[in-house]
Write a protein that binds this ligand. Sequence first.
Ligand code: MN
Length: 203
Amino acid sequence: MGEERLGEYRGKRDFARTREPSGQQAAAGREHRFVVQIHDARRMHFDFRLQVGDVLKSWSIPKGPSGDPHDKRLAVPTEDHPLEYEDFEGVIPEGEYGGGTVIVWDHGTYEPLSHDRRGRPVDFAESLERGHATFRLHGSKLHGEYALTRFRGGRGDGEEEAWLLVKKGGGRANGHGTPDPRRARSVRTGRTLAQVAAEGGEE
Ligand code: MN
């Protein structure tokens, strides 16, 4: 299933040129992972990825996730990525798809919380298909309950999908907004985008 679902991901990349993973490794024993990468590509953005089955469902978030429940962050779906992408940090060569520098800003696990109108739990993958999923993040930087909600597209008429990522309230707004992506540091290596770029992506 992952093989098929990664067709779009693989079709966009030349693995002889980029060190991004091709997704050949077996996916075993890792459940409900999430990762947020900062990607200094043509446009700076954050990539938000949730493990669903054997792939990372992915959204590009121009402003990044916010811990403030008042912030509604635009999230545009991108192609499913292989699970190994969680660890990818480095430089995608210029001229290649997504050319630019990537750092792993945050990662961890999440608890699926999606439920139906009567409060009964529903399958998380199905809730995403339907366009509304809730989950609790346990990261190093991001914590607490978030909702992803599709507000445009998804009706099979070819209109590009657009979603919102919003932190759930629940008491006072203690969340912080997103830090400046150019000053943010990798949760894996402590490096900034500029440091990773200067090192050519080597760890
Ligand atoms: Mn990206």
